[in-house]
Write a new protein. Sequence first.
Length: 128
Amino acid sequence: MLLLSSTGYTMATHYCGGEAVESKLMLVKHALDCGMAGMEEACEEEMSHGHQLSPKPCCQNEYQTFQVDDTFKTQGIEVAPNFVFVASFVQSFILPTLYTPTTLPKYTDYTPPLPEQDIQVLFQSFLI
């Protein structure tokens, strides 16, 4: 992207008889022509007093060059880390993955204790 933007571009427009005939975008200045013989000769223009020779040629090229400055400098971005955020991120996401137990305890022989009283009678809640 930097290479493409640093090269210069030239927009060339060819005028024939005062009207734009052809336009091209190119990297190097190049002469355009409309194929007319004697492009450099003067043309006649109609004026209020009749025909007169104009001092400029009948066909002409106009060039516009677009180029980026050579003094391109990148601006550095300064990043100041927030230590509270870094500490909380490490505590929440990194440390639990490092120190997880490999085997979980299994309670297959565990039986819950029997209730001392009947809970339905205690709360007097009966399904009818």
